[in-house]
Design a binder for this molecule. Structure first.
Ligand SMILES: [Mg+2]
Length: 492
């Protein structure tokens, strides 16, 4: 495949390269790349992006970019840049180990020099120096932190938190801002009926049953959303006869011997449909929230309207409340339209909304907040979130998300449940506390043991032999190991 080639993209296929539509018309799901929840209509002359999913139409696409020239690989480059440019924050244990090694060697040299200056025999000075080295050598330290890490990683995995990069977990305890992607993160990334109104004399479940029967014949994401909602409610989807599409306006089908039409506002206009006030009100509210309004029509009368939108995950509200309780600011960063973003933010009580943000700008928004001195966690699922995930202090990927996002995150939420974020903070705090305790247990006894080993109390006949030094050191290793095991008791 080269630039200028004409490729055929069949219904349901993913677009193989960046390109321009030359023939055909279809709705394309671009949520993975742009974050836009509604399928985007593409006609001749419109650009399409590699890796997005074609809807029901067939398209002839002229290739304009392949391989590393695609928008997708541009995003991957941003991820790689963010990962390399990120300051190599040193782990707590590495810092402590370096400090202690320097201190140990320094103390040994000083001991030897001091005894020599005091006129002690050469062999006595050497024994003192070796004892200091044995004591001060950060042996238990080699165990203190890795043991805690191993246990905390296991604990996390058991609770659906996959730690890919420890740095993210270490930072999580200091978090003050959490940024959520919307589509697929706070929402399901799938359409559902989120509101509906019916004409008098018709039950909601009956309207949904009829609608699901008609829409079951269609592969359009909004149609599938209506069917899925009926199935979720345990409604048996009836089979439709004579399904046909009314080009540009909607569809028609017969259920139980009665013909119905279904479609958006265009259908109402073209057929001069009577619409009850309750239906008008629900449709208006849906439009304000950027949701699709689909009408069920029989004999020129609107029987029902369904507001169809990317449904909010039930767990999201609880997750955001839990973060607010901890005094953490919550923001939303999405490529979707402002009206859709505002509706979701209002429903969930999110403090700040950044909508219509391009994938390449998501990472800069994170950097802006970091520049204000905030410790930022980014939670996302899409390709478009990957650069921001890699840039954030803590990148948290939704397990069900795109591979690129999972690769870019420090921590993966295996259950795709946003309520796991407060659990990450709990795990981070507990892990850090355990590490700090272990560092003290591993190295703290040096404060009195090193002077003792150096022979500070020698004038009073108190001298530590290298053997006793070794016993002390082993004891501290055992204590450190036992203390690390206590981390298992933490409730996440
Ligand atoms: Mg997303």
């Amino acid at each position: 495949m080269r630039n200028g080639d004409l490729v055929l993209v069949r219904p349901g296929e993913s677009i193989p390269a960046d390109g321009v539509v030359r023939k055909g018309e279809s709705d394309i799901d671009e949520a993975m790349i742009t974050g836009e929840s509604r399928p985007v209509k593409k006609r001749e002359g419109d650009e399409v992006i590699a890796a997005t999913i074609n809807g029901e139409g067939s398209l002839r696409v002229e290739v304009t970019g392949t391989g590393d020239k695609t928008k997708l690989s541009g995003i991957m480059r941003l991820v790689a840049d963010a990962q390399t440019s990120k300051s190599r924050a040193q782990h707590l244990a590495d810092r402590a180990a370096r400090l202690l090694t320097v201190a140990a060697i320094g103390a040994a040299v000083v001991t030897f020099g001091a005894w020599q200056l005091a006129g002690a025999a050469m062999d006595f000075s050497v024994v003192r120096m070796v004892t200091v080295l044995v004591i001060a050598c950060p042996h238990a330290l080699g165990l203190a932190v890795p043991l805690v890490v191993a246990i905390s990683t296991t604990l996390g995995a058991r609770n659906g938190l996959l730690v890919r990069d420890r740095r993210g977990l270490e930072e999580a305890r200091n978090l003050d801002t959490v940024i959520f992607d919307k589509t697929g993160t706070l929402t399901l990334g799938e359409f559902r009926v989120v509101a509906m109104s019916v004409a008098e004399g018709l039950a909601e479940d009956e309207a949904l049953r009829i609608a699901s029967g008609i829409e079951a014949e269609s592969q359009h994401p909004i149609a599938r959303g209506i069917v899925k909602t009926a199935e979720d409610k345990g409604i048996a989807v009836p089979s439709a006869d004579g399904f046909r599409s009314i080009t540009g306006k909607g569809v028609a089908a017969t259920i139980d011997g009665v013909e119905y039409h279904m479609g958006g506002p265009a259908l109402l206009k073209s057929e001069d449909v009577q619409v009850p006030p309750a239906v008008i009100k629900t449709a208006g509210a849906a439009a304000d929230r950027g949701q699709a309004a689909i009408y069920l029509v029989r004999e020129g009368k609107a029987l029902a309207v369904f507001a169809v939108a990317d449904a909010i995950r039930e767990e999201s509200r609880e997750a955001i409340a839990a973060l607010h309780e901890r005094g953490i600011e919550v923001a939303m960063l999405t490529g979707d339209a402002q009206a859709v973003a505002d509706a979701v933010a209002k429903e969930l009580g999110i403090d700040t909304v950044f909508a219509e943000v391009l994938p390449e700008d998501k990472a800069s928004k994170v950097r802006e907040l970091q520049a204000l001195g905030k410790k930022v966690a980014m939670i996302g699922d899409g390709v478009n979130d990957a650069p921001a995930l890699a840039t954030a202090d803590i990148g948290i990927a939704i397990g069900a998300g795109a591979d690129v996002a999972v690769e870019a995150g420090h921590i993966v939420l295996v259950r795709s449940d946003p309520r796991d974020i407060p659990r990450i903070i709990t795990l981070s705090t507990a892990t850090y506390r355990k590490m700090a305790q272990n560092l003290w247990l591993a190295a703290g006894y040096n404060i009195f043991a090193i002077p003792l080993a150096a022979g500070v109390l020698a004038p009073w006949g108190i001298l530590l032999t290298p053997a006793v030094g070794a016993v002390l050191m082993s004891a501290s290793t055992v204590v450190v190991a036992i203390n690390a095991q206590l981390l298992k008791r933490v409730k996440l």
